[in-house]
Design a protein around this ligand. Sequence first.
Ligand code: ADP
Ligand code: MG
Length: 245
Amino acid sequence: EQVPSSSMPRQRVTAKGNNVPDPVDTFEALKERYNVSARLLSNLVESGYKQPTGIQSHGVPILLESRDLAAISPTGTGKTLSYLLPIMSLLSAPSSSKTDVGKGVRALILAPTRELAHQIHNECLKLAQGRKWRIILFSKATASTLADKDAQVKVDIIISTPLRMVSAVQNGKLELSNVRHVVLDEADRMLDSEFLTQVQEVLAACTHPNLQKAVFSATLPANAEQLAMGMLQDPIRVVVGLKDT
Ligand code: ADP
Ligand code: MG
């Protein structure tokens, strides 16, 4: 299947798993099918995103249907938005003291480096325009602010490296039992020996029974793939290849 996109290279997509949701051709289609908010969609347009890339077209519906996902798509094909858009749609609204969702961090995105976490944070802030989402780039400073449990309850999304997160969890400074969505970005590195133990420790602290997990990577070597499949439940595996021109 081919997803045309003017600003992106031509892509071939395969999706395997049980009951794979149909891909969407446009972002607009997400409004009717999944009730994605007009504000999120207009924030996309503001960011200059006109048409979904291959991984977005297939991955966004899968995540919006609350399925686990292993997504393999080359660098530069828009993997970040593929998980940020569905997570922000599923979280529906910022946590507030007036609702019962203010029980602690609700989504966690792990990336191997500070620089990458920073880029993901920026992308997330674009989608968050106009609402009071609490999206935190986890650092020494924000970790110490969040050591106060009252500050944690309203956090919507945390973006972090595994090491930073694991030390907060080990110190008992961060409660992850309300996390509903976990993403491992650059999963080939996250599941490699350098980070694996830390990642497993963070995942073990995410004890909510309805935890959705997703891994995204440009490549997934066999051993990383095996580890990923062991972590995911009834996953769908999407692979994007670039077509020769
Ligand atoms: P990846 O993680 O797959 O390497 P990124 O998520 O970093 O890719 O996205 C690469 C670039 O493409 C970013 O500058 C991003 O803003 C842009 N981008 C993402 N999705 C789209 C889209 N649907 N249309 C146009 N540009 C996009
Ligand atoms: Mg990326």
